[in-house]
Design a protein around this ligand. Structure first.
Ligand code: OOB
Length: 557
């Protein structure tokens, strides 16, 4: 299938009409745009608290009104339907306002993470021909305005995104202040919602290639995954969700995340960071009922909860549900959730490309602690195949392929890659190795994609290798995962030097200077004389990884 040019001029691969019709007939795609999530809940219960950020609180009515003003302000600044806007914000209320304002305009947020730096942001801006880039002034000790200046000076950005405007939440310096965009005195013009079949936003892929891939999601498909997730997780107007992971990630955004909670009419509490010192008081103060974490954070929370003393004990008793996903949670850690945090565990195995699996509340305990759940939808098609795309015997380990009503059929503007990442009949090759139980539950048991899963943060080996190869003293480089007790995995770069090996610190500094997000900078660097090779002469990464299994602490060089 070839990539289509959609009516609004945005490239993505649509579902074949027969599938689209089936998904509409089944009631999955209802022709509603994501902006309507907020409007519906505001109409139903305008005075309920929708959003809490620090000392600031928005009722649904306030949020809806402010989003309307912001949409008008963005329109006055030239942001129109179909335009791309790179959003790079921490967990602050303005993220939610901008998201909904852009949804309402039919403009597409491109969800960058706060950890991204010049290399990633310049690429997102130029690759999507972005009209605007939105940042906070300073966050976590980092001045994003400096980053914005670097991005604007980038040659690729200058040619592909020549009229990129920078909007800053906080002290805007020479840029456009968010408050000025919002506080315009134009009466908000009623906007017709965008077509639900159109793209709503671009999400980032963890990726395994040289450049991060962008994931085009439509209003129809995403709305379905949000609605169905909210139902599976039993959300209601009494749900109070703590958003502790970076809000732009697919997990806290839609599984069921902030959008699921807004859909149910509940309350979203944004945490500035996920450390127990920050979130335990918030859970107590706001009566939080559910949250979602990656495994390393779940372990930190469990330790902190166990260490609470009688003198200083936060009341976590309102917490009913802890969702854990993003990387594999060990069965042992899963078993400790209820005893230590007093709440139900739900494992979530999802991907920004679509498919999301949940353990269910009526699943036997054994399935909850030892599987990563089963798909949302009866129409999520799952295949587990061998290297030649033949189905493996039931229960055997194989590659997970999937297609369905909310799984993309192709990445954004990536025809060549799409031919590899999807089968001819439209199944997405997840790169995950799984076993499927007769109940439909999946156990994630490895990975075929060339990626390091650093406690939920995905690092594409090839992207890091390309940066390493740019160093004059690097002849060849191979980045692999090494086991780590805390993050599950960390990255190790094996380097064949050109002549004398440089110092490892010099390589790390070089990577940061190239504007790479810190989580992608190799955790460990090993210099070797040559690489083990496979029969066909490729670098044998399995053999490199096995060095850690044989000798986890010291690596033979
Ligand atoms: C979530 O989304 P992404 O796009 O950052 O990463 C997807 C990949 C999966 O293909 C898999 O390799 C890994 O992350 N993964 C898991 C997992 N959940 C995700 N591996 C083992 N166990 C799990 N529970 O990570 C994501 C998106 C929506 C909901 C939850 C997670």
């Amino acid at each position: 299938m070839s990539a289509g040019l959609h009516a609004d001029g945005v490239d993505f691969t649509p579902w074949p009409e027969a599938f689209a019709q089936r998904y509409r007939d089944a009631g999955y795609w209802r022709g509603e745009a994501l902006g309507q999530i907020l409007q519906h809940s505001a109409a139903r219960d305008p005075l309920r608290v929708a959003l809490v950020c620090g000392e600031r609180r928005w009722t649904y009515a306030m949020l809806d009104e402010e989003v309307g003003r912001l949409a008008s302000g963005l329109r006055q600044r030239g942001i129109a339907q179909g335009d791309r806007v790179v959003l790079q914000l921490p967990n602050i209320g303005e993220f939610v306002l901008l998201c909904f304002a852009l949804f309402r305009l039919g403009a597409l947020p491109v969800f960058a993470l706060p950890a991204h730096r010049r290399s990633e942001i310049a690429y997102f801006c130029s690759f999507t021909n972005a009209k605007a880039y939105v940042i906070a002034d300073v966050h976590g000790g980092f001045d994003y305005r400096t980053l914005a200046r670097d991005v604007l000076a980038d040659d690729g950005v200058k040619s592909a995104a020549p009229d990129l405007r920078v909007i800053v939440v906080g002290d805007a310096a020479e840029f456009i202040a968010f408050d000025e965009v919002r506080d315009n005195d134009e009466a908000p013009t009623p906007l017709a919602p965008p077509a639900a079949s159109a793209l709503a936003f671009l999400q980032l892929s963890g990726g395994s290639t040289g450049r991060p891939k962008l994931i085009p999601r439509t209003h129809d498909d995403y709305f379905y995954s949000v609605r169905a997730s909210a139902e599976i997780c039993g959300l209601s107007e009494n749900s109070v969700y703590l958003c502790a992971l970076p809000v732009a990630h697919n997990f806290p955004m839609s599984s069921p995340g902030i959008l699921g909670v807004f859909h149910a009419g509940g309350t979203v509490v944004l945490a500035p960071n996920p450390s127990p010192d920050t979130v335990f008081p918030l859970i107590e103060r706001e009566g939080v009922t559910l949250t979602s974490l990656v495994p390393p954070l779940a372990m930190i929370w469990m330790e902190a909860a166990a260490a609470q003393t009688a003198a200083k004990r936060y009341d976590l008793s309102t917490l009913e549900l802890l969702q854990v996903g993003g990387s594999r949670l060990s069965d042992e850690a899963a078993q400790r959730v209820r005893p230590l945090l007093g709440c139900t565990l739900q494992q979530v195995f999802g991907m920004a490309e679509g498919l999301v699996n949940y353990t269910r509340f009526d699943d036997p305990e054994q399935l909850v602690v030892s599987t990563q759940g089963r798909p949302i939808s009866q129409d999520d098609e799952v295949r587990v195949v061998d290297d030649d795309d033949n189905d493996v015997a039931p229960g055997e380990l194989g590659h997970l392929l999937t297609r369905g009503p909310y799984t993309i059929r192709g990445y954004y503007r990536a025809d060549v890659h799409n031919a590899r990442a999807f089968t001819r009949d439209g199944f997405y090759r997840t790169g995950d190795l799984v076993r499927q139980l007769p109940s439909g539950h999946l156990i994630v048991d490895g990975r075929a994609k060339d990626q390091i899963n650093r406690g939920g943060d995905k690092v594409a080996a090839e992207e890091v290798e390309n940066h390493l190869l740019a160093h004059p003293a690097v002849l060849d480089a191979a980045v692999v995962a090494m086991p780590d007790a805390y993050l599950g995995e960390r990255s190790c770069a094996f380097i064949v030097p050109r002549g004398d090996a440089p110092r490892a610190m010099e390589i790390s500094r070089f990577m940061r200077e190239r504007g790479l997000a810190q989580y992608k900078v190799p955790d460990r660097i090993e210099f070797v004389a040559s690489f083990p090779k496979t029969g066909v002469g490729k670098i044998d990464k399995r053999a490199l990884r096995e060095r850690f299994v044989a000798q986890p602490t010291t690596i033979p060089v």
